[in-house]
Design a protein around this ligand. Structure first.
Ligand code: GLA
Length: 346
């Protein structure tokens, strides 16, 4: 009989190895976690994504200034430990400095200037990490959440027009023809937003824009989205003939709209529900392993996640399969033991 929590288990299988014939298992990292979570990262993960260190504002704070030190250290960590690197992200409405959008006269830059800056940024960044970064989230979150609008209102859109998306992919492809290029977004399983993402991807493909994959961020929680919506989304994205990557997976134990600050630690039933959900979504991911090439968590263990400060500052959300002391949770066992023979256990 298996004990609750499988606490009698001595050995822990490596997630990366368990999934080696299915897809890469990834984690978002930063300069702190490559130290504090080094053991976990190198044992269980096969791919890393810099959490913030490759964003525009971090790499290119002023027109003539590039700051690569932090990103370089993460790439070096990956190289030293045989991990792949996903690049994140080239063109986004957030975490992009104002200078990019501003003309010499202080007014909004014209479309031509903005495109030239986008190209210079992409050439330099993608060029620098050619061969070390195998794929890029080229455009992040360009679709609007509100149901009656298609594209998100952003300075990229206002100042260049819709073609900013295709251009970003073309520049990235020119800079590294071997890189796998993704469109990445959140609320990706919401049927209305999903269909808009699909509309965008179909348009890009019809125009022969070099887009190779769709990134499903996967910021989920115990209540949302439904498994049915996740399944339909994966089915529909898979039908596009693009590869799918889950790029920022976390399953918070709290609902997004619940902004109470005093929720405390998760209850037993929350952790059980989380384990059940992880089991269900990974079963679904395995069903689609021919199109899903990577599943990246937006972190590695519950000691650190952006959700510690979002949507409620200072409130933890315990979204991962490893707990705050890096021990496997029930969620871990639910996704790790699906194919392990009993003899694998001591
Ligand atoms: C989005 C971005 C990520 C990150 C998360 C929150 O999903 O793509 O880079 O900023 O928000 O941490």
């Amino acid at each position: 009989m298996k004990e609750k929590g499988y606490s009698s288990r001595k050995a822990i299988p490596s997630l990366r190895s368990v999934y080696k014939d299915a897809f890469d298992i990834g984690a978002a990292v930063n300069l702190t976690t490559i130290e504090t979570q080094k053991g976990l990262l190198t044992e269980h993960f096969g791919s890393i994504t810099p959490e913030n260190e490759m964003k525009f504002e971090r790499l290119h704070p002023q027109e003539e200034v590039y700051t690569f030190e932090a990103a370089d250290r993460i790439v070096e960590f990956a190289t030293n430990h045989g991990l792949k690197v996903r690049g994140h992200t080239l063109v986004w409405h957030n975490q992009t400095p104002d200078w990019v959008f501003t003309g010499k006269d202080g007014k909004p830059a014209d479309g031509e200037t903005l495109l030239a800056r986008m190209k210079a940024h992409i050439d330099t960044v993608v060029g620098r990490y050619k061969g070390a970064v195998y794929g890029w989230d080229v455009v992040n979150e360009a679709i609007e959440d509100k149901s009656d609008l298609y594209l998100r209102e952003s300075r990229w859109l206002e100042q260049i027009g819709e073609s900013f998306i295709a251009k970003a992919f073309e520049f990235a492809h020119e800079a590294d023809p071997k890189a796998v290029l993704f469109y990445n977004d959140y609320n990706e399983c919401d049927p209305i937003k999903r269909d808009k993402i699909i509309r965008l991807l179909k348009t890009l493909k019809e125009r022969d824009v070099p887009v190779h994959g769709v990134g499903l961020q996967g910021h989920w929680n115990l209540h949302h989205p439904s498994l049915d919506d996740i399944r339909s989304a994966i089915e529909k994205y898979a039908a596009l003939g693009l590869q799918i990557q889950v790029t920022e997976l976390d399953i918070s134990v709290f609902e997004y709209n619940d902004r109470r600050t005093d929720l405390g630690a998760p209850t037993e039933s929350m952790l059980e529900r989380q384990a059940q959900l992880y089991e269900q979504v990974f079963r679904l991911f395995r069903e689609y392993k021919d199109v899903i090439t990577s599943v990246t968590f937006w972190g590695a263990a519950d000691d650190y996640t952006w959700l510690d400060d979002f949507p409620v500052r200072g409130r933890k959300n315990w979204p991962f399969v490893f707990d705050a002391s890096h021990k496997p949770k029930d969620s871990f066992w639910k996704i790790a033991e699906w194919k392990l023979p009993e003899e694998a256990w001591i």
